[in-house]
Design a protein around this ligand. Structure first.
Ligand SMILES: [Mg+2]
Length: 213
């Protein structure tokens, strides 16, 4: 019997409005892996954005250029006006919260985490990369959320948009996993091409599986 539902954050519960942040940042750090950027800025609790930016520059051997700095602040670390919550999130979380424990596992920088602080109140366990120093698909994040929710893997469902970060690690631990493919018009990234089942396109689709398992 399912006792807990764990959610990924980006492109599952929230999205970044009309911007091509990743593409643009990629252009600035030519040839570098975006995952490495995430490993830097998403696994620490920084006191200031300057510190986060300095770390980035060090890692990529980039001069602490004003233009790049402004760019990062405008499009990523410092800007919350792009961040938005999908319409189906509150009705579904409210409903599920009456019957199941809710968790969130996210790769996120500490500045965005601060922005979502109020939203995180909906969850019984909040496991964020910036707080625990590891990033998905590290199984440590999943073990922690299961531990905090007090459920066994088979009693928990993971819902996320990324096979590598959400579905595979959850399955490895023995959790159930539902892939969500959001409407492409709101996405910054191309939805993943896969035949994985079960796949849903909005959160309302979850309940059917919860009662089935
Ligand atoms: Mg995601």
């Amino acid at each position: 019997m399912i006792k807990a539902v764990v959610f990924d954050l980006w492109e599952t519960l929230v999205y970044i409005k009309k911007s091509r942040i990743r593409k643009k940042i990629k252009k600035y750090v030519k040839g570098k892996n975006l995952r490495d950027i995430e490993k830097v800025i998403m696994t620490k609790n920084y006191d200031s954005k300057d510190q986060a930016f300095e770390d980035l520059c060090k890692m990529f051997n980039i001069r602490f250029g004003k233009f790049f700095y402004k760019f990062i602040l405008k499009h990523s670390l410092g800007n919350n006006s792009y961040k938005s919550i999908y319409d189906d999130v509150f009705p579904v979380l409210k409903k599920l919260g009456k019957k199941y424990k809710l968790g969130v596992v996210s790769n996120i920088d500490c500045f965005s985490a601060e922005y979502f602080k109020g939203f995180f109140d909906f969850f019984d366990s909040i496991v964020l990369s910036c707080n625990i120093g590891k990033i998905k698909p590290d199984l440590g994040l999943y073990k922690k959320v299961l531990d905090e929710l007090g459920v066994k893997p088979k009693q928990a469902v993971m819902v996320g948009n990324c096979l590598e970060n959400d579905i595979e690690p959850a399955k490895k631990l023995g959790m159930k996993a539902i892939l969500i493919k959001r409407q492409a018009d709101l996405l910054n990234f191309r939805p993943v091409k896969t035949q994985y089942k079960p796949t849903i396109t909005e959160l309302f689709g979850i309940e059917k599986y919860l009662s089935m398992w």
